[in-house]
Design a protein around this ligand. Structure first.
Ligand SMILES: NC(=O)c1ccc[n+]([C@@H]2O[C@H](COP(=O)([O-])OP(=O)(O)OC[C@H]3O[C@@H](n4cnc5c(N)ncnc54)[C@H](OP(=O)(O)O)[C@@H]3O)[C@@H](O)[C@H]2O)c1
Length: 250
């Protein structure tokens, strides 16, 4: 039995992964934005599963989530699932950060550095990272005209870069990224063409399986198969630059 922490797990892929791991007999710790949404998720699951609470668009709450999770850990695996597709440029957090950047990029970075180091870590990237751009002069789209599709794609490229950064710097931990496909969650929308359950299977597999194919690090997967990723993520200099920016703002 493994112990797994999944961020953003009250609905969508995080919820599905949590439920499925529970059904397989693993221990999970889930994460909700508020106590109310944790209670609603527990009702759907039908079990009193432990939840950590926090709106991870702000630094204080990201750090509080880390503290609560550490009290319930350590974990064999962490699935950095929380993510948003923010269309509105005006959304800025009380730390002065663009919300999509705070949730999609800063959160998995800060949690990785504050949580006790797990055996495995999985980042949710996206096929859209392929058109992501590495831009450290304006990583949060504060200087350019807001383009939410590009900003989301960039954030998912940054998730892949964090995957490769931690894989390189944490030799004892398997760190990998997943493109779940375009699946019909709240984010994906009802018309999304890919299979929802298949969208959750790869992160579950990477978190618990002893298949030799899952015991690798720094790789990008789609439907349990390694895929070629954007070569911008391979540059160690780019990875280090992103991490030093994230350290600075956190
Ligand atoms: N769906 C797709 O087609 C697709 C494709 C590629 C990649 N992905 C990636 O897969 C991951 C999961 O996506 P999904 O489709 O399952 O999304 P979703 O259905 O919208 O679920 C997102 C989860 O994250 C939580 N969340 C969002 N912002 C939060 C915040 N500030 N604080 C705390 N919790 C927050 C949500 O809670 P609330 O209900 O409280 O908001 C919810 O539990 C994301 O990283 C996404 O980028 C998804």
């Amino acid at each position: 039995m493994k112990k797994i922490f999944i961020t953003g797990s009250t609905t969508g892929l995080g919820f599905l992964a949590g439920n499925s791991l529970l059904e397989k007999g693993h221990q999970v710790v889930l994460h909700a934005r508020s106590e109310k949404s944790a209670q609603e998720a527990k009702k759907k699951i039908g079990k009193d599963v432990p939840f950590v609470i926090g709106d991870v668009s702000t630094l204080d709450e990201i750090k509080s989530v880390a503290k609560q999770a550490n009290a319930l850990g350590p974990f064999d695996a962490i699935i950095h699932n929380v993510g948003i597709y923010e269309t509105n440029a005006e959304v800025v957090t009380r730390d002065g950060l663009r919300t999509m950047f705070a949730v999609n990029v800063l959160t998995p970075f800060v949690l990785s550095t504050l949580l006790a180091r797990p055996e495995r870590m999985v980042f949710l990237s996206s096929g859209m990272h392929q058109s992501g751009e590495f831009n450290m002069t304006d990583p949060q789209w504060e200087k350019r005209l807001w383009n939410y599709t590009q900003a989301y794609s960039d954030s998912k490229l940054y998730d892949l870069m964090l995957t490769k950064y931690f894989a390189r710097n944490w030799p004892g931990t398997y760190v990998n990224a997943v493109d779940p496909g375009w699946v019909p969650t709240r984010m994906g929308g009802a018309g999304a063409p890919d299979n929802l359950m298949k969208g959750a299977e790869t992160q579950i597999w990477l978190a618990i399986s002893n298949d030799p194919e899952a015991l690798v690090t720094g790789k990008y997967f789609h439907h349990k198969e390694q895929r070629k990723s954007n070569s911008l993520a391979d540059s160690e200099r780019n990875q280090d630059e992103l991490v030093s920016y994230l350290r600075k703002i956190s």
